[in-house]
Structures are given as C-alpha cells and as structure tokens.
Design a protein around this ligand. Structure first.
Ligand code: BGC
Length: 545
C-alpha cells in the first residue's frame, strides 16, 4: 500500500555517509511480543502466557496468544525486511518452545528448535544477519512455580542447560548472542514490584537477588561458549537497560551526585560485575544486606568472561534530584527514589507516560558508559517510540508517523555525533520495533513498530513513514550484507535437512498454566496515563513501561 508520507526528510546532519557506513543498521522484536503460537508444536506456557491470559491484566484485553502471528507469517515478514533493505535483525527465542519442561536435562523439543532454524536460515538467505536474545522475559511457568524463577539460584543451572541447547542446535547459523534482555525490567518490574510477570512483588531485596542470579547465569553461559563452543567463533553479550539522568539543577552538586548515582544504580549494577567482578562501591555501602555478595570464585568467573560488546537499550532520560534528607538509607539511591517516583523529563512527552523525546540522552549515556568501561564496542540493541494516536487513527493516515520520524532523526543524529565527535565505538543499531506488537501490559495500545499491524484486517502489515525513511537513509546504505559467511554455511546444508521439521512432541504433563490471579498495585501512584484509560501504564519508578 502507498504510504502517505508527506516527504521523507533528509538523513540527520551528523550521519554522513561515512558514519552511516560504519554502523550495522537493523531492527528488533522479541518472541512473546510477535510470534503468537502460544501452545503450538509442543510449546509450554511462559509466565507471560499466564499473566496475559488472566482477565483484566492487559490494557486492551489482548494477549500474546496470536500477537502478530509471526509464527505462521515469518516468510512474509522476512520478504518485507528484504524489500526495505534491512540487514540486521534482533530476535529472541522462546525458552518454552525449546525446553518445555524448563529444567536442566529435560527433553529438547525439536519442533521448536526447527522453527527457529527455518526462520534463521530464511533470514540469512535474505542477507539478514540475526542477533539472538536467549531470554526476553518469557520464563517457563513451570520454573516460576517450582522454585520462584529468578529468585532461586537453581535458575542458573536451568538457564545454562537452555543456553547449551541453543548453542548446540543454532550455533552453526547464529554467531551473535545476547543472554538476557534488560535486567532491570526482569528483576525490578517482575520481582521487586508486580508490574510485569511473574508479579512477585517481593521488594528491593528480590530485585537484587534476581539480578545476582541473572549475572551468574550469564557468566556461566559466557564460560560455556568460550570453552565448549569456542569453535563457533561468535560473540556474546547481555542487553542492559537504563535511562539517562539529567541533574534537575545542574548547578546543585547534590543533584549532580544524585544523577551520577542514578546511572550507577542502573547500568553499573550489572556492568561493574561484568567488567570488574563486583558491585559498585556506592551500592555496597548503601544497600547493606539487601545486595548479595559474590564469592571470590564467582568474582573471578565474572572478570574472566567480560562481554564481547556492550549492548544498550535506550529510550529516554529523566530529571534526577538529591533524595530528601533522612530518606531510608537502602532506598536512598534506588532507581525510583531519585526521581521522586515520577517521570519528569526535559523531553517532549510521547503517548507512553514513561517515554519522552530526549535525544541527547543517548549520546550522554554512551559517553558515560564509554568512560567507565574504557571504550568497549557498543550496540544499541533497542531504541524507538510509541506513536501518538496510532491505536485509533485509520489507515492510511496512521502511517504518516511524523512524530516517530523526528524521534529517530534526532536520536540518530546524537548517535552519529557520539561516534564521529566523541569517538564512541558504535557497532550496531537496532530500531525497536520492526512491527507494532504486544506491548506487555499495554497490549496493542502502544505501538512501537516501524511497520503498522492492522488488527482489524487479518494483521496486515503496512510500512510506516519511518520504515521508508530508515530504509532510504540507513538500512539500504551498506551494499554488502555482513552475513555472507553464515549464509554460505547455510547454503552448504542439504535442502532436505533444512526442510525436515519433526512432528511436534507432546507437551510434558508436568507443565500447566497457573493463574496467580493477583491484582496489581503500584508503589508510586500518579496519573500520567494519557493513552490507554487503563490505570496501569505506569510501571515503576523511572523504569516506566
Ligand atoms: C523492551 C521491549 C519493549 C520496549 C518498549 C523495552 O524495554 O525490551 O520488549 O517493547 O521496551 O516498551
């Protein structure tokens, strides 16, 4: 369909052809948000199946049962990516398709494995290089039921078995991995409070315990890859999230210090252990017994398995100010506390209460991280925005997403400045998201896609103006797909092997959908929910959602 984009604006000034050519451009999705096929071919339920299928939990009463139906329509999606010149695609694998019973040593579901093999081989054949996230929030429900998911160290062994299975069955065609997506989202929103699945709501200590288990599961995965799978010669990282902290009053040293701590409590909480083998000093000093400790051996393992590139998901920044005198010490620098639990930002609001247009926040974040971690290679593995009014505007007007085009133009300008002026080593960039999809508790009410999904018309796909703009200035600029090697290795496989999809295995009887049926409550109440008319869009503190 013809897009009624008024006129595509030029590429951002700082994104000269030379800079654009030096970055691998792409787009991203995650399994639960796009696939559907929630119980197809032996898949077991994940904690998000459970949450979304519980009445009243999702803003528009949608679920991920069908989502964008990518499970059945992947060929069409890949063809559209190819048409737009996309050459890099970040996707995630659903653990529940691969190991339905969740636990280490249990059966591998080859129907699930082969679905991903076919998808990835088709991507490679289209000249699109995959980057695969192992865990984008869809924990097997059975592991949550058995031992509380990420609150138990048992998760480390089960995750390692899952990672081993992925390396074994997909490692010949995937050479770029991320273990986990957004530890703050997993641990703060899912375990500290009850915004995301599994809605544990167990307080700040639970967030830190969860993060500790994530870090150790990640480090063990890195070690496994560098030993058992060294011959695959791929690269592994973990996608970290955070918001930039603008000191509310840049002339007030207390606000400046608070903004610094705001960054430390987000990024350095994870990245200091990954680079230096321990949590940041300010966290250890203020969080007391809530923050777990690494043994000498764990610390050594972390230092020995530093990530191969630094993966950052970046959306926006908030004002940060000094905590009120007398605030409880362990909460003093908790991510929420320094923003007063509110989303106040110098940026232009979007239709999501947590998301503002703060383009220089991306450059400032990269500068901060590059300095602290001595200039690693950065990948922006998510960046994007939900478009105002896209949940109701009719076609084709809805495709004219001027707001989003401006978001990308200004953020990419800053990304290019970070590379060309500040010397930050930016390797890859992925726009979030390839298509409108199941936006967690907001369902389809918040649309982040560069492709519009028509919910009223069989989930038809329509490129928005941003897709055309990115295609023209970014996706299409690299003439040679960087995936040639892997594509060649795929081509060497026999067509029969590639096409063979074994009959689905029966789902194990131990796996059942459990409905926790809890209501949700938010630690901070404020009415910034502009879009959905559903009292939930506020996630928690500055992490939003
Ligand atoms: C998540 C995505 C989500 C996006 C927009 C990111 O934090 O990784 O799954 O859709 O934010 O909210």
């Amino acid at each position: 369909m013809l897009v009624t984009v008024s006129a595509l604006s030029p590429a951002p000034d700082a994104c000269t052809a030379a800079v654009r050519n030096s970055i691998n451009w792409g787009t991203a999705t995650s399994a639960y948000q796009v696939e559907g096929g929630w119980d197809a071919d032996g898949k077991s339920p994940s904690i998000w199946d459970t949450l979304a299928q519980s009445p009243g939990k999702i803003a528009d009463n949608t679920t991920g049962d069908v989502a964008c139906d990518m499970y059945n329509r992947w060929a069409e999606d890949i063809a559209l990516m190819k048409q737009l010149g996309v050459k890099n695609y970040r996707l995630s694998v659903a653990w529940t398709r691969i190991i339905p019973a969740g636990v280490a040593g249990s059966a591998v579901n080859m129907a699930g494995v082969n679905w991903y093999r076919n998808l990835i081989k088709a991507l490679l054949a289209a000249g699109i290089r995959p980057a695969v996230t192992m865990y984008h929030w869809d924990l097997p429900q059975v592991l949550q039921d058995e031992y509380g998911g990420f609150l138990s160290p048992k998760i480390q062994e089960d995750f390692l078995y899952y990672a081993d299975t992925l390396f074994k069955h997909l490692g010949d065609i995937v050479d770029q991995w991320m273990t986990f997506n957004e530890v703050i989202s997993i641990c703060e929103l899912g375990y500290q409070v009850d915004v995301f699945a599994p809605q544990a709501n167990k307080g700040l200590g639970a967030k830190y315990t969860c993060g500790h288990n994530v870090l150790l599961a990640h480090a063990k995965t890195m070690q496994l890859y560098r030993t058992k799978y060294a011959a695959q010669k791929g690269r592994v990282s973990i996608a970290l999230d955070g918001k930039w902290g603008y000191p509310k009053d840049p002339n007030n040293p207390a606000d400046v210090a608070a903004a610094e701590n705001f960054m430390v409590f987000q990024y350095a909480w994870m990245a200091d252990p990954l680079y230096f083998g321990d949590y940041p000093a300010v966290m250890k000093e203020t969080q007391g017994a809530l923050l777990p400790k690494f043994t000498a051996e764990e610390s050594k393992l972390l230092r020995a398995t530093t990530i191969d590139f630094f993966s950052v998901n970046f959306y926006c920044g908030y004002y940060v100010w000094a905590p009120a005198p007398g605030s409880p010490k362990e909460l003093t620098y908790d991510v929420g506390a320094n923003t007063g639990g509110q989303f106040i930002s110098p940026g232009i609001p979007s239709n999501a209460p947590w998301l503002f247009k703060t383009p220089d926040g991306l450059r400032l974040t990269l500068q901060w991280l590059a300095k602290r971690y001595n200039g690693p290679e950065f990948w922006i593995t998510e960046n994007g925005v939900s478009g105002p009014d896209e949940d109701w505007k009719p076609l084709p007007a809805v495709l004219d997403d001027v707001y989003r085009q401006d978001y990308y133009k200004t953020y990419l300008d800053n990304l290019c400045l970070a590379k060309s002026v500040d010397g930050v080593n930016v390797g890859n960039y992925y726009a979030w998201s390839w298509m409108d999809n199941f936006e967690w508790r907001d369902g389809f009410k918040k649309r982040f896609g560069i492709i519009y999904i028509d919910l009223k018309n069989n989930l038809a796909r329509h490129p928005k103006g941003t897709a055309k703009w990115l295609s023209q200035h970014f996706f299409n600029i690299n003439p040679v797909a960087p995936a040639t090697l892997r594509a060649a290795s795929v081509a060497r496989q026999t067509p029969a092997a590639a096409a063979a999809v074994p009959k689905p295995a029966a789902a194990p009887s131990t796996v059942a959908v459990s409905s926790k049926g809890k209501g949700f409550s938010l630690p901070f109440s404020f009415a910034l929910n502009k879009g959905s008319g559903f009292g939930l869009s506020v996630k928690f503190g500055p992490q939003g959602k």
